[in-house]
Design a protein. Structure first.
Length: 748
C-alpha cells in the first residue's frame, strides 16, 4: 500500500454520515432560529403582535431549516465517506506545493468558465425566444428545459478544446506567497461574476421593481449556517466537546423543529398578524405563500393556511371565485356571508338617454395615450422644473369636457382596452381564457367600433404595438387597421413608436378630409409605458426612484409633442368643426408608494390604487361648451358617450352610461365607480374596488388575500392609511355595497 493510500485510509472518518448530519442539522437549526428572530424583531417589534408573529415565524422557518440541514448533511457525509476527513486541506497543500498541478487546475477552471459563459449566453437567448416572446409561458418553459438539457453537454464538451488554450494562459497567473494561483483565480472570478451580476441588475434592469429584500435574508442562511459550523468546530470546539450526548441533543432539536409547525401553524391568526406575515415580513411571507400552495385540502386551488382566502377548505365549491348563490345559507365566495340582494340597475349606472335636441353627425378621433396618470397633466396642476410638461394636452383640456376623476376598470392594457371598447367590466368581457396574460377578445363581444361601423361610419385603427394584433380580437369592428412595425413583447417595452404611428395618422386624416367620408379613427401612442426610453431633449438628472419618475415624466412630455401633431393635423385639414376628439388612457403608473406581499409596487398591473386607475378622459365636441367635471366616472362610460353623441344606438351589452347629458349641463345622479384586478400567470392576485359616488371614500376587497382596505380619499389621496379596522361602521356599509355589486350586479 502506497503512502498516499495509507494516508487516505487513515483519514477516512468513522460514521461519516451520522457525524455530518449531526453537524449540519445543528448548524441549520441554529441558522433558522437566528433568521426567524431577525425577521420577528425587524417586522413585529412595537406592533403589539410580537409573540404571535414570533411563534408563527419559528414554525415557518423550522421545517425548511431541517430540510436544508439534512441535504447539507447528506452531501457532507458523502464527501467524507469518499475522500475522508481533511480532504480540503490536502487539496490546498497539493496546489500550494505542486506548481504544475496548480497551473493545470487553474487552466481547467478557466476552460470551465469559458464553457459556462457559452452556456449562459445560449440559455439567455433560448429564454427570450422560448419564454419571453411567446404567449404560453408554461409551454415555453418546458421547451426551455429541453433546450438546456441538450445544450449543457454540448457546452460542457467545449471545455476540452478550451483547455488547450487556457493551459497557456494559466502559466501567467501569479502565485501570491503560499496562496495557489487556482485559489486566486476562483476568488477573483467569483468577485467578478458578482460585480457583473450587480451591474446588470442595477444598470440594465428596473431593479426598484424587483423584490430584492427577501432574497437578502435568504442569502444570509448559508452564511449564518457556515458561521455556526466554523464557530462550533473552530474556536468553539472545546465547548462543543464538553456538551454531553450531543447527538441526542440534535435529535431532540430536530424532532422539536419537525413538530413545531404542527403546533404553531394551525388556525387563522388575527388579521393584523396575517398582514405582518404576508406584507411586512422579510422572509416569512414567501414561506406563507409556499405553505398555501402546498396545503389545499379540497383541491380548489385556494388554501386556508394561515388566514388564506379559502373559508372552507373541505368544500371545493366554496372559494373566492365561486358564484355567490343568494339565500342558500352558504358563503360561496368567502366574501363574508350569504346575501340575498335584489339587483339594482342604479348600481350599474345604466340609464336611458334623456330626450334632447342636441345632434351631431360628424366624425370621431379617439387618441389613447398608454400609461398616462391624470395627475401628471399640467392642466391638473402638475409641474416639473417649474413648468407643465404637457402644453398641448393642457390646451386641449381647456377646449374640452375634462373629467378629472375618471377611473380605469383595470390596471393594465390587456384588461382595460377590452373593457373600454366593449363598455363592460373586465370579468364580463368574453375571452378565450380568463387566466392568461393576454386573453383573446372573442367575437361575441360588441365593441364601440362595431356599433359605429354598423351605423355606416368608416372605422380606422392605427397603432404600432404588439397588443393590437388581429389575433387578440381587440381590433374587431374596424374596416381597416394598420399595426405595421409592431415589435414583439420584449421589443415593444423599449420601443419608440410615435414617430412611426403619428405620420400615418396625419396622412390618413388628410385623405379622409378630402374624401368627405364620415369616419371614426382610433390611434394609440405608447411611449409613457415602461421601460422608459431616454430622449436627448430631456436629460435625466436624478437617481433612484426619483430618476425613474423623472424618466416617466419626460416620456409623457415627449408623447405630448406627438399628440400635438395629431391635433394640428385635425385643424390643418379643416376637420375641427365636424370632428369629436376623445383623449383617454388605459391605466396609470406606480412608483413605490404601496407595498403588496412585501414588495414595493412599481409600474402597473398589480393593484387597484388610484395611482394606477385615475386616467385622463377628455371630450372635445363641436357645439358642446368646455367644462371641468370632478365627479367620479369610468372608462366604460366612454363608448356610450361616443355613440350617443354621434347618434348611434348603444348595444344592450354596454354597462356604462353616457356622459353627454352631463356635458350639456343636465343634472346627473352620483354613482359609484368600480374596478377589477383579475388574476393572471404574471400576477396571480384578485381584487375588486369601489369608490363612492361623491369620490370621498374607497373600499378594496383583496379576495386572493382575504383582506379588506378602506381609504378616505378626501383626506388621504395617496391611500397611505388603511382605515378598515378603525372605521368599522363605515367599512361595513361600503363592504355591503361592494359585495352587492360583486355578487348580484357584476355577473352577466
Amino acid at each position: 500500500m502506497t503512502d498516499d493510500i495509507r494516508q487516505q485510509a487513515s483519514d477516512l472518518a468513522p460514521r461519516p454520515y451520522s457525524r455530518a448530519l449531526a453537524a449540519c442539522l445543528g448548524a441549520a437549526l441554529a441558522a433558522g432560529l437566528s433568521l426567524a428572530l431577525v425577521d420577528t424583531f425587524m417586522t413585529a417589534s412595537g406592533s403589539g403582535h410580537l409573540i404571535d408573529f414570533a411563534l408563527i415565524a419559528l414554525g415557518l422557518y423550522a421545517l425548511p431549516s431541517v430540510l436544508a440541514g439534512a441535504l447539507a448533511g447528506v452531501i457532507a457525509g458523502a464527501w467524507r465517506a469518499t475522500f475522508g476527513a481533511g480532504a480540503a486541506p490536502r487539496i490546498w497543500r497539493r496546489l500550494r506545493d505542486e506548481p504544475d498541478t496548480d497551473r493545470a487546475a487553474a487552466a481547467w477552471v478557466l476552460a470551465g468558465g469559458a464553457a459556462a459563459l457559452v452556456f449562459m449566453r445560449v440559455a439567455g437567448i433560448a429564454a427570450v425566444v422560448l419564454v419571453g416572446n411567446v404567449e404560453r409561458k408554461g409551454t415555453g418553459a418546458l421547451l426551455l428545459g429541453v433546450a438546456l438539457v441538450v445544450a449543457l453537454p454540448v457546452c460542457a464538451s467545449l471545455a476540452l478544446p478550451a483547455f488547450r488554450v487556457t493551459r497557456h494562459v494559466a502559466r501567467v497567473i501569479p502565485r501570491v506567497g503560499s496562496i495557489p494561483a487556482t485559489a486566486l483565480l476562483v476568488a477573483g472570478g467569483g468577485l467578478a461574476v458578482a460585480a457583473l451580476c450587480a451591474a446588470f441588475v442595477f444598470l440594465k434592469l428596473d431593479w426598484r421593481a424587483l423584490n430584492l429584500g427577501q432574497y437578502g435574508l435568504y442569502a444570509m442562511f448559508p452564511a449564518v449556517f457556515t458561521g455556526w459550523l466554523v464557530l462550533w468546530y473552530g474556536r468553539g470546539a472545546v465547548l462543543r466537546e464538553r456538551v454531553p450526548a450531543r447527538g441526542v441533543a440534535v435529535v431532540v432539536a430536530t424532532t422539536v423543529a419537525v413538530l413545531l409547525p404542527l403546533l404553531t401553524l394551525r388556525g387563522a391568526p388575527a388579521d393584523a398578524t396575517v398582514a405582518l406575515l404576508t406584507e411586512d415580513s422579510l422572509g416569512a411571507r414567501t414561506l406563507v405563500k409556499i405553505g398555501r400552495s402546498l396545503i389545499d385540502r379540497d383541491g380548489d386551488g385556494q388554501s386556508a393556511f394561515l388566514g388564506g382566502p379559502d373559508c372552507d377548505d373541505g368544500n371545493p365549491n366554496v372559494h373566492r371565485d365561486a358564484p355567490e348563490i343568494p339565500g342558500n345559507g352558504i358563503d360561496d365566495n368567502c366574501a363574508g356571508g350569504d346575501r340575498a340582494i335584489a339587483a339594482d340597475p342604479g348600481r350599474r349606472g345604466v340609464a336611458a338617454a334623456a330626450d334632447r335636441t342636441f345632434s351631431f353627425d360628424g366624425n370621431v378621433v379617439v387618441i389613447a395615450v398608454d400609461t398616462l396618470r391624470t395627475d401628471k397633466i399640467g392642466a391638473h396642476g402638475y409641474r416639473r422644473d417649474g413648468k407643465s410638461l404637457t402644453p398641448r394636452l393642457d390646451a386641449f383640456a381647456a377646449q374640452s369636457a375634462n373629467f378629472t376623476r375618471a377611473y380605469a376598470q383595470a390596471p393594465n392594457t390587456p384588461r382595460s382596452f377590452p373593457s373600454m371598447f366593449t363598455s363592460q367590466f373586465p370579468s364580463q368581457v368574453a375571452v378565450d381564457k380568463a387566466f392568461k396574460n393576454y386573453s383573446t377578445v372573442l367575437p361575441e363581444n360588441v365593441t364601440v367600433f362595431e356599433a359605429l361601423r354598423d351605423a355606416g361610419i368608416h372605422t380606422i385603427g392605427i397603432s404600432s404595438h404588439f397588443y393590437f394584433i388581429e389575433e387578440r380580437g381587440i381590433t374587431q369592428g374596424f374596416d381597416e387597421y394598420d399595426n405595421e412595425g409592431a415589435k414583439d413583447i420584449a421589443g415593444s417595452n423599449a420601443d419608440i413608436a410615435s414617430p412611426r404611428t403619428v405620420p400615418k395618422v396625419e396622412a390618413r386624416l388628410a385623405e379622409l378630409a378630402k374624401s368627405g367620408k364620415r369616419f371614426a379613427l382610433f390611434t394609440h401612442l405608447f411611449e409613457p409605458h415602461s421601460s422608459y426610453v431616454k430622449h436627448d431633449e430631456y436629460p435625466i438628472t436624478l437617481k433612484g426612484t426619483e430618476g425613474l419618475e423623472q424618466k416617466y415624466d419626460y416620456e409623457i412630455a415627449y408623447t405630448d409633442g406627438w399628440l400635438g401633431h395629431i391635433l394640428d393635423a385635425i385643424d390643418a385639414n379643416g376637420l375641427a368643426g365636424n370632428t369629436m376628439v376623445v383623449i383617454v388612457s388605459d391605466h396609470g403608473e406606480a412608483f413605490g408608494v404601496h407595498k403588496v406581499a412585501g414588495k414595493k409596487m412599481f409600474f402597473h398591473g398589480q393593484t387597484l390604487y388610484d395611482e394606477l386607475l385615475r386616467v385622463p378622459v377628455m371630450f372635445r365636441v363641436p357645439g358642446v361648451a368646455p367644462g371641468t367635471y370632478d365627479e367620479p366616472i369610468m372608462l366604460v362610460d366612454v363608448a356610450p358617450t361616443i355613440l350617443e353623441t354621434l347618434g348611434v344606438d348603444r348595444p344592450e351589452s354596454f354597462v356604462g352610461r353616457s356622459l353627454l347629458g352631463r356635458m350639456l349641463g343636465e343634472a346627473v345622479p352620483p354613482r359609484p365607480v368600480y374596478a377589477e384586478l383579475l388574476p393572471a400567470p404574471s400576477w396571480d392576485h384578485a381584487w375588486k374596488m369601489m369608490v363612492t359616488g361623491d369620490g370621498k371614500s374607497k373600499i378594496i376587497y383583496r379576495s386572493s388575500d382575504a383582506r379588506w382596505e378602506l381609504y378616505d380619499l378626501a383626506g388621504d389621496p395617496q391611500e397611505r392609511e388603511d382605515l378598515f379596522a378603525a372605521r368599522k361602521q363605515d367599512a361595513a356599509a361600503l363592504q355591503d355595497a361592494l359585495l352587492a355589486w360583486i355578487e348580484v350586479d357584476l355577473p352577466r
